[in-house]
Design a protein around this ligand. Structure first.
Ligand code: ADP
Ligand code: MG
Length: 252
C-alpha cells in the first residue's frame, strides 16, 4: 500500500479507510468499480469503523460485570413476566422520556440479567450508561469525600443517560452515605433515567435507608415516572440445579 497515502489518511484520522483500503482497491480493480462507487465503499467502511469504536468506548465505560442479552433471556421460564413491557423497555424510549425502571424480586430471577440486557440496547442507541452495584457506588462516593473528588464522583454518577444501580437492599446502607444516595437520585430526577434492582419491596426500603422519611423522599422521586417490574418466579439458578439433579445437564 502507498505509505504516503496511509500517512495522510492517518493524519486525517481515517483509520477505517486505512483498514480496508487494500482490499477495496483489489475489489475496485476486479469489479471495475467507478471512482464514486470506490469512494462510497471507503466512506461506508470509515463510518462503520467509527460506529464500532463509539460502541466499544461506551461499552467499556459502562463497566458491565458481564454481558447478558435479551435474546438469551428465557421468557418461558418467567411466564408471569410482562414480556411486552420488557421489549418496550428495550426500545429505550423510557430513557428518552427520562423514566426510571425498578426490578423487584427474589435472587436469581433475572433482575441483573435484564438490566444489563437493557443497558446494552441503550449503548447500541448511543446512550451513555453506567452499571454499578449500590454498595460500590456508595463506597466510591465515600472514598471521594475523603480524597477531595466528591463533586467529580457525584457528576460521574449523575451525568450519564442511564445509571443502573444493582442490588439495592442486599446490605443495609452505611448510614454515612444515605444522604449521598438521595443526592444522586435527586440530581437525576426528571433529567435522566435510572434502573434499580432490588430484592426488597418498597415497604422494606425504609429499613435499607435507616430513615423512613428519607426512604419515602427517595421512593417518591424514583417512582414518579417509573416502570415497576415485579418478578415473582423461581430462581433460574435453581432450574439449573434441578436439571443437574435429574441428570439432564452436568457441570453446574
Ligand atoms: P438476580 O439479579 O435476579 O439475582 P440474575 O440476573 O443474576 O438474577 O440471574 C441469575 C443467573 O440466571 C444469571 O446467570 C442469568 O443470566 C440467569 N437467568 C436468570 N433468569 C433467566 C432467564 N429467564 N433466562 C435465562 N437466563 C436467566
Ligand atoms: Mg442480581
Amino acid at each position: 500500500m502507498d505509505t504516503q497515502l496511509v500517512k495522510q489518511l492517518s493524519q486525517l484520522k481515517l483509520a477505517g479507510i486505512i483498514k480496508t483500503l487494500d482490499i477495496r482497491n483489489q475489489e475496485a480493480i476486479k469489479s471495475n468499480l467507478s471512482y464514486v462507487e470506490f469512494l462510497e465503499l471507503l466512506i461506508e467502511d470509515e463510518l462503520t469503523n467509527r460506529k464500532d469504536n463509539a460502541y466499544k468506548k461506551k461499552f467499556y465505560r459502562a463497566h458491565f460485570p458481564y454481558t447478558k442479552t435479551l435474546e438469551e433471556f428465557d421468557f418461558t421460564f418467567q411466564e408471569k413476566l410482562d414480556k411486552r413491557l420488557i421489549f418496550d423497555l428495550a426500545t429505550c424510549n423510557f430513557i428518552r422520556k427520562k423514566e426510571n425502571v425498578i426490578f423487584i424480586g427474589p435472587p436469581g430471577v433475572g433482575k441483573t440479567h435484564l438490566s444489563i440486557a437493557i443497558g446494552l440496547k441503550a449503548i447500541a442507541q448511543n446512550f451513555n450508561v453506567i452499571f454499578t452495584t449500590v454498595s460500590d457506588m456508595l463506597s466510591n462516593i465515600l472514598i471521594s469525600k475523603a480524597d477531595g473528588t466528591f463533586y467529580q464522583k457525584l457528576k460521574y454518577y449523575t451525568n450519564c443517560d442511564l445509571l443502573i444501580l444493582d442490588e439495592l437492599g442486599y446490605k443495609r446502607l452505611n448510614p454515612n452515605v444515605v444522604d449521598e444516595f438521595f443526592e444522586v437520585i435527586s440530581r437525576r430526577y426528571e433529567k435522566s433515567s435510572t434502573i434499580i434492582t432490588s430484592n426488597k419491596s418498597f415497604k422494606e426500603w425504609g429499613d435499607i435507608f435507616h430513615d423512613s422519611v428519607l426512604a419515602s423522599a427517595i421512593i417518591d422521586r424514583i417512582i414518579h415516572h417509573c416502570n415497576v417490574v415485579i418478578i415473582q418466579g423461581e430462581s433460574y439458578r435453581m432450574k439449573d440445579k434441578k436439571l443437574k439433579n435429574k441428570g439432564v445437564i452436568s457441570g453446574v
